[in-house]
Design a protein around this ligand. Structure first.
Ligand SMILES: [Mn+2]
Length: 246
């Protein structure tokens, strides 16, 4: 693939002010860049509508924009699917609306927006239901595997379960072995580096910036805790190694 940069964005979670500041630094160029978003665009931050609008618009302009599905889009998709009467496991039916997941606020914003822009919710539904779970790419001879949360290391790659790809945490980090899956490097969001650093006993230092984290030899964490106090959204160019944060 002929592109100058491969830009990978970690979790945004509707933190639109930070996201715009990051975009302003990165200045994505659809003619030259390949862009991968690792999922979790909505919930928890202040402006899910503007965040979704930016991402949906960017993807509609170029085939070189990949938007993966996060567990928050997974939950929202299940919620909307259920409204349409499709059969889904009941225990996940309304998980999007649980307080800690933040879907209530997002849904209310969407409903308000719908009043001024009829068809808006339908457009978002169609976007989130189209989101792929994984993306693979070779960069400088390395095989990169992009996924929101992580794979299940005990299953072959072609037998992964969608729900696990967007939710896995311990199942992934505790079992993934260096070199496993033919040396692929996994680039993930979902688990803020602040959480993993704490559970690994790494001291990030008071006031230090949360940075993308390399875990074992083959995992790179890109979620730098957008909505956590002191957290940031990160974008890394996987060709040059350049990093931007806001
Ligand atoms: Mn997530």
């Amino acid at each position: 693939m002929n592109c100058k940069r491969v830009l990978v964005f970690g979790d945004i979670h509707a933190c639109y002010i930070k996201f715009r500041a990051l975009i302003h630094q990165v200045r994505p160029n659809l003619k030259e860049d390949f862009i991968i978003f690792l999922g979790d665009y909505i919930d928890r931050g202040e402006n899910p509508i503007a965040t979704l609008d930016y991402i949906m618009k960017l993807r509609s302009k170029s085939a070189n924009v990949v938007c993966l599905r996060g567990n928050h889009e997974w939950m929202a998709d299940l919620y909307f699917s259920n409204l349409k009467g499709r059969k889904e496991p009941v225990r996940y039916k309304d998980s999007w609306l649980f307080n800690q997941n933040g879907g209530n606020w997002t849904l209310r914003q969407m409903e308000l927006h719908e009043k001024e822009h009829p068809g808006y919710i339908e457009k978002v539904q169609s976007f989130i239901s189209s989101l792929p779970y994984t993306y693979e790419m070779n960069i400088h001879g390395e095989r990169y595997f992009f996924v929101h949360a992580g794979v299940e290391p005990l299953r072959p790659l072609d037998q992964q379960v969608e729900q696990e790809l967007v939710w896995n945490r311990e199942e992934f980090y505790d079992a993934i072995e260096p070199g496993q899956f033919d040396g692929r490097i996994f680039v993930v969001g979902h688990t803020p580096v602040q959480y993993l650093a704490r559970s690994l006993g790494l001291n990030m230092g008071p006031g230090s910036r949360p940075m993308p984290l390399q875990y074992r030899e083959n995992v790179i964490l890109m979620d730098t805790g957008s909505y956590i106090p002191g957290g940031l959204i990160s974008c890394r160019d996987f060709i040059s190694g350049d990093l931007w944060q806001a």
